[in-house]
Design a protein around this ligand. Structure first.
Ligand code: 16G
Length: 240
């Protein structure tokens, strides 16, 4: 979009002024989440800037996760996902409800005896069989969250039964979670998480632990989700 300020003389580096123009356009919703921005060459031509200046400006905005750059695709404004805190839904349902394509990258899946902290989290006797897996959850190909999940073997005999959605498989097994306890807190991305979530190390992370119960009160899941802090808005309704 046009921005007169770039033409004004001043001491601020040109790339910084271009960045500011993008930041304020995104803040004011002149550029909408998901919207593709013009290519580097087009921007340079339109704004009478060098491509080096434009590239430099865009690089920082991508690093700050305001813009998303994917191989072979146009650079676009990062999307935020709004999620209601009052309903018990799955990641897959949340993304589909927003018209986004949910995706999974399996980082690990295994079965074995519950570790001590898993026994405590799920209320299991030591040695009980569990399935545990770690998944990178994506929306439209963009990494959104990392999830570590443990399910008692009694409700999920094989981790391979889950293809994409855990809750879909639990529903098939007759153990769809109907109640959950959640704890949310803020944290920062470790080096490994930053690489997987494609954010700088130390970026804000929303950490959510969830313990889920089935119809009969049985604990069916303990999960820790690490959401990208720049991609999620949680919405809750309050009553007096
Ligand atoms: C959500 C849940 C997670 C659950 C997953 C199932 C939170 C904080 N976490 O991400 O506990 O395992 O949904 O999604 O909401 P799926 O059915 O798509 O695998």
């Amino acid at each position: 979009r046009e921005n007169g300020r770039l033409d004004q003389p001043g001491s601020t580096a040109l790339y910084k002024r271009l960045q500011d123009a993008f930041r304020s356009a995104i803040r004011q919703d002149l550029l909408r989440p998901g919207e593709a921005i013009p290519g580097e060459r087009e921007l340079a031509q339109k704004l009478a800037l060098s491509r080096v200046t434009v590239r430099r400006a865009l690089k920082d905005l991508v690093e700050d996760s305001l813009l998303v750059q994917r191989h072979g695709a146009r650079t676009s404004v990062a999307e935020r996902v709004e999620k209601s805190l009052s309903g018990l839904s799955s990641f897959t349902e949340d993304m589909l409800a927003r018209g986004l394509e949910p995706g999974v990258r399996w980082l690990s899946r295994e079965q074995g005896p519950a570790l001590s902290e898993e026994c405590l989290a799920l209320g299991l006797s030591p040695g009980t069989a569990v399935c545990r897996f770690r998944r990178l959850r994506t929306a439209g190909g963009i990494p959104m969250a990392l999830e570590n999940t443990v399910v008692p073997g009694a409700f999920l005999p094989e981790p391979d039964l889950v293809s994409e959605s855990l809750y879909e498989t639990l529903a098939q097994q007759g153990h769809l979670p109907v109640r959950a306890l959640q704890r949310m807190r803020s944290d920062v991305a470790s080096e490994e998480e930053a690489a997987l979530l494609e954010v700088p190390v130390g970026s804000p992370i929303l950490d959510i632990e969830r313990r889920c119960f089935g119809e009969g009160g049985e604990t069916v899941e303990f999960a820790r989700s690490r959401y990208r802090g720049d991609s999620y808005d949680f919405l809750v309704e309050l009553h007096r």
